[in-house]
Design a protein around this ligand. Structure first.
Ligand code: DGL
Length: 247
């Protein structure tokens, strides 16, 4: 299977990492819209327009599937992408809801949803989780984590101050949804801040869980052909990919 992975920038590489670890695909074509990131502060109409352009870009490849690694796009533009795509399109929000439901038996669990402003404002996770019977939900837009991670800050005083700023007034959660591609990189710091018991829902692992449920992956690929494209400075994206994916 040949898959396209789309993100607003470099963050979707955390999803590619999970796909590679599970050796699901023969070929992965990654597109990061680095010229126009961040999407998380933009409005729905703009996010949809950019997402449709990404589908058009992917038409240059014969893809079997498009994975939307970006939570912001998954929350706002999946329907519109499906309308113009010539292959199935799946997104990380739906996968995250499913993974949360599988991970938590207790419907009273306190779930903290983190994401960009656009993702949180869409209420996509809240609506989906309520449909699954969860009622004890908190949601927080934590957009500052995006530039912090892009600066490769994964621990320390800046992050601690940001945690305090965002989380001081919240109830300690049983589970945290890392509803943004960048957030898995600060899981350890978040775990230290909350507790070792806190369950973390990671978009990459969630999409693997959904893929393994919905498709037949009896063939495991020993190597995966990777191609990286970016709307600006593809070399910078390739360098981050080398580092994050240990290529
Ligand atoms: N990729 C985005 C997401 O997962 C985060 C970065 C952005 O704001 O574009 O929501």
């Amino acid at each position: 299977m040949k898959v396209g992975v789309f993100d607003s920038g470099i963050g979707g590489l955390t999803v590619v990492k999970s796909l590679l670890e599970h050796r699901l695909f023969e070929e992965i074509v990654y597109f990061g819209d680095t010229a126009r990131v961040p999407y998380g502060i933009k409005d729905k109409t703009t996010i949809i327009r950019y997402a449709i352009e990404a589908v058009e870009f992917f038409k240059n490849f014969e893809l079997d599937l498009i994975i939307v690694a970006c939570n912001t796009v998954s929350a706002h533009a999946l329907t519109e992408m499906r309308e113009v795509a010539s292959c199935p399109v799946i997104g990380v929000v739906e996968a995250g809801i499913l993974a949360t439901s599988n991970a938590l038996r207790d419907k009273e669990s306190n779930i903290l949803i983190l994401g960009t402003k656009a993702t949180i404002n869409s209420k996509a996770y809240e609506i989906g989780l309520r449909e699954q019977g969860f009622t004890n939900l908190q949601a927080k837009a934590t957009g500052l984590f995006v530039p912090i991670v892009e600066e490769e800050i994964y621990e320390g005083a800046i992050l601690e101050a940001t945690f305090k700023h965002y989380f001081d007034a919240l109830k300690k959660p049983d589970a945290v949804i890392l509803g943004c591609t960048h957030f898995p990189l600060i899981t350890d710091a978040l775990q230290n801040y909350f507790s070792n018991e806190t369950v973390f829902i990671h978009s990459g692992d969630a999409i693997v869980e959904q893929l393994e449920r919905d498709f037949d992956f009896s063939t495991k690929y020993t190597t995966t052909k990777l191609e990286f494209f970016a709307s600006e400075n593809p070399e910078a994206l390739k360098n981050v990919a080398k580092k994050w994916l240990h290529l």
